[in-house]
Design a protein around this ligand. Structure first.
Ligand SMILES: [Zn+2]
Length: 190
């Protein structure tokens, strides 16, 4: 077993492919791909695919000197926040992200957490099982919490670039008592 230098999880020592700029050990990338394979082969599991991708991505920030890596972490963290704070249908989440990606050059390099409380090593053993979805959710929530020192920056960045991305229904937001900035800006799930 060897620790992944991205997420710190322990994975079997192996030779294999890794991502170009989301840097990880080969064992970690293989575990991530085990989850993806299960999600691509099931409509039900496919619904959680974005959460899996975003969570793994923000645990593997790569080289802060690489602009692609910097933008990737920021965008995946923004989408993670949207999914956890205000779940929307996948098509709408994609639309918002397309809009955000036009502003990705404004993202600054984020400071990754010193360690992560859960990694894909905790989730991959449940790939394709009835616990798959709940394990991904626990991993995503824990990872979002690990990034808490950057929440204010991402919240503010989303707010600054949400102008035309969404049709806010602020009346409905106020009625339902949500006060979170993201929820107010992008409305409540229908
Ligand atoms: Zn890793």
């Amino acid at each position: 077993m060897e620790p992944c230098y991205g997420c710190g999880g322990h994975f079997p020592d192996m030779d294999g492919p890794t991502h170009r700029y989301m840097q990880s050990s080969s064992g970690c990338f293989a575990a991530f791909n085990t989850l993806l394979a299960a999600e691509y082969s099931s409509v039900d599991l496919g619904r959680i695919n974005r959460l899996t991708v975003d969570t793994w991505a923000v645990q593997h920030p790569g080289d802060p000197g690489d602009r692609r890596a910097v933008q990737s972490v920021g965008l995946h963290l923004a989408r993670l926040m949207l999914q956890l704070a205000c779940p929307r249908p996948p098509a709408e989440t994609n639309q918002v992200m397309l809009h955000f990606s036009r502003h990705k050059h404004t993202l600054r390099a984020l400071v990754p957490p010193s360690d992560f409380s859960k990694t894909v090593a905790d989730v991959a053993p449940f790939a394709g099982t009835p616990q798959h979805v709940s394990k991904v959710h626990e991993w995503a929530e824990a990872t979002w919490k690990d990034w808490s020192h950057e929440h204010a920056y991402i919240d503010d960045w989303i707010a600054r670039h949400s102008d035309h991305a969404v049709q806010p229904d602020q009346t409905a937001s106020k009625r339902s008592g949500h006060t979170g900035r993201v929820k107010t800006l992008i409305g409540d799930p229908k």
